[in-house]
Design a protein around this ligand. Structure first.
Ligand code: HEM
Length: 92
């Protein structure tokens, strides 16, 4: 793992990645990487609601269905916080 990147399990994504008042922070996993997309939310061309369908989840399949041509790494590279790992992997 690259230094400085978190190992994030699906349950951690769910726990920390969904906006819960008063916290608005949102994490999303895309193609095995975990991004803190909070700052990007107001800029999403498809609107906040669409983007937040995958808040705190692995949004890869939804993302691929809507716009597989969008360069995630190019747009969100600066928001990369970790890599997605399975619960089993993390426990072992
Ligand atoms: C546009 C949904 C995540 C970047 C759109 C549109 C939808 C959508 C429906 C079309 C809006 C329109 O044409 O009126 C979603 C859903 C997401 C998601 C359900 C959850 C996974 C993301 C993420 C990014 C992103 C993470 C950035 C990396 C964009 C861009 C467009 C767009 C750049 C404009 C694409 C174009 O017109 O070619 N999105 N989005 N989206 N979204 Fe998302």
């Amino acid at each position: 793992v690259a230094p400085g990147l978190l190992r994030v399990t699906p349950s951690m994504l769910e726990k920390y990645g969904r906006p819960r008042k008063p916290r608005k922070m949102v994490w999303m996993a895309l193609e095995g990487k975990v991004y803190n997309i909070t700052a990007y939310i107001p800029f999403h061309p498809g609107g906040e609601g669409e983007l937040l369908r995958a808040a705190g989840k692995d949004g890869t399949s939804l993302f691929m269905k809507t716009h597989s041509w969008v360069n995630v790494e190019g747009m969100l590279g600066g928001c990369l916080i970790g890599i997605l790992v399975s619960e089993e992997e993390e426990a072992s």
